[in-house]
Design a protein around this ligand. Structure first.
Ligand code: ZN
Length: 523
């Protein structure tokens, strides 16, 4: 009965507010109600620390790493184990530790041989820093600091405390479904929206916008579910974060245990880290390797290939990021200043290989790709980046796509490049690669990588070469370095054998692993 009365008051506050053009006073009342639901305003303001142990899953490449670009493609996950998030509420500090384990076949070897725990992520006020496995602390960028301040707010107690701060700006009180929501600008200037359940008055979710290299501005929404008591404070048992890109579940976290006001370590930034300047964003250096007349291999975050036609230039792969792709485009223009760069070939949709897609579109390049990737690329290029403007956000342009099916020949008096569909590949169903018959050189993404210890789709390279009846001398891979075709076949033979040996080890131990037995291992 008491709940019902309080709820009526809350809804009355919302409706009064909506009719009276939203005043910050009624929004503040709503926040106080949320504090009361969490354990009382005084208790919430007295909280000194929160330590969360848990585990969960993270969407691999934000949902852009699946077998195809279709929104219906099954999601790939990165498992989060041994998560420990400590919030020093009193001093405005945080530490996040977790082990990430990519839960799909080609990552298994490196997962099992272990590359040590990921760097420990720290925040002290406005100073973000990382502590490596060697214990060394290094200052992180302002963008990382902002992301961690949002992560700091991503808990009912911290967001309600931030909203209770008299220096916080509360606006736009409204109803959204079964919640009353309010926009909050924290004293540090970060913008979030908090949704409060109309029935329980507990914080239901927090929503914010962040930058994304592939997608422009992305709205994230973390729901807080399964409230339980911890030392007189209501805390959630689960956090579920969804993106406004295809409703991809960005992260799921399951809480083992939350300790409120237990003893915690000193999380202060070391004096030298605090004094260090924020690392500046440097454009990556681009190394140029001439391959043949009119063909250059450009090494940056990944490797691209530049082809010189009679009256224009064509690039293979906008890899990694806006910064890397812009540096590669710049380099291409200095190599052949007389001819415009007009096209970019994208091998497959995975978000590392399309990391510079938006930058390429902003430069007016026509995107050549397999038809199965076209809708996703249109979606990526049409998303706004207004709060966190990237190259395309500053210079919006519609994407120009030249979709292909199985084969496309680009040919004039100066150059011939044939683009073929990749055959029998379990990593990407709609992959393409480029072949320059003059140089007998293949440019490809993810057919081979000298850095892989195992390969589950090794046959795809030789199957594709046989299917399209190609004479290959050189491989110009996006990952690694130039190899002869014989060297490539040697690498793949070793990697397929590595996958078979790993599967045998797993089976001998009475365990099972995704991708075993190695179906694609006839070599
Ligand atoms: Zn890939």
């Amino acid at each position: 009965m008491r709940t019902r009365i309080v709820m009526t008051v809350a809804l009355a506050a919302v409706s009064v507010c909506l009719s009276a053009q939203t005043t910050s006073i009624s929004a503040r009342k709503l926040i106080v109600m949320a504090a009361d639901a969490l354990g009382g305003e005084d208790r919430i303001l007295a909280v000194k620390s929160i330590a969360i142990d848990g585990y969960g899953q993270l969407a691999y490449q934000n949902g852009g790493g699946n077998i195809t670009a279709s929104p219906d493609a099954p999601q790939k996950w990165t498992n989060i184990n041994g998560l420990r998030r400590v919030i020093d509420v009193e001093h405005g500090r945080m530490r996040l530790q977790q082990r990430q384990f990519q839960d799909f076949v080609f990552a298994y070897e490196r997962n099992m041989t272990g590359r040590g725990p990921a760097a420990i992520q720290m925040l002290d006020g406005d100073v973000a820093f990382n502590v490596g496995v060697d214990g060394r602390a290094t200052r992180a960028s302002d963008a990382v600091a902002r992301q961690r301040r949002i992560e700091w707010l991503n808990h009912p107690v911290t967001i309600v405390r931030a909203a209770l701060d008299p220096a916080a700006k509360l606006t736009n009180l409204r109803t959204e479904g079964k919640t009353a929501s309010v926009d909050i600008v924290t004293p540090k200037g970060d913008h979030v929206t908090l949704g409060i359940d109309a029935a329980s008055h507990l914080p239901a979710w927090i929503r914010w916008v962040g930058p994304d290299g592939n997608l422009g501005d992305v709205t994230f929404r973390t729901s807080f579910v399964g409230y339980q008591d911890a030392n007189g404070v209501r805390v959630p048992s689960g956090f579920n974060t969804v993106m406004d890109f295809r409703n991809v579940v960005y992260q799921k976290l399951y809480v083992d245990k939350t300790v409120v006001d237990g003893p915690i370590d000193n999380l202060a930034a070391p004096a030298d880290v605090r004094a260090a300047s924020v690392p500046p964003a440097r454009p990556p250096a681009v190394e140029v390797i001439p391959v043949a007349k009119g063909i250059w291999y450009l090494k940056a975050a990944g490797n691209s290939t530049l082809y010189e036609f009679a009256d224009h230039l064509t690039l293979f792969e906008p890899y990694g990021s806006e910064a890397s792709t812009k540096a590669v485009i710049e380099k291409a223009r200095t190599l052949v200043p007389a001819k415009p760069l007009t096209e970019v070939i994208v091998s497959h949709h995975h978000f590392d290989h399309s990391g510079g897609l938006r930058a390429a579109v902003s430069e007016g390049l026509t995107v050549i790709t397999q038809r199965g990737n076209a809708d996703l690329f249109k979606e990526m290029a049409s998303r706004p980046a207004t709060l966190f403007p990237d190259a395309l956000g500053r210079n919006p342009k519609p994407i120009k796509i030249r979709p292909m099916d199985d084969m496309l020949v680009l040919k004039d008096a100066a150059m011939e490049v044939r683009i073929y569909r990749t055959i029998a590949n379990s990593h990407m169903a709609n992959g393409i690669f480029a072949y320059a018959p003059g140089a007998r050189a293949v440019s490809e993404g993810d057919l081979v990588d000298e850095g892989w210890e195992i390969s589950f789709w090794g046959n795809s390279y030789s199957d594709s070469v046989k299917y399209w009846k190609l004479q290959v001398d050189k491989d110009l891979p996006v990952h690694g370095n130039i190899h002869t075709y014989a060297e490539v076949m040697g690498l793949i033979r070793k990697q397929v054998a590595g996958a078979q040996a790993l599967c045998k080890r797993v089976e001998d131990a009475g365990l099972s692993m995704q991708g075993c037995p190695v179906a694609n291992a006839e070599f």
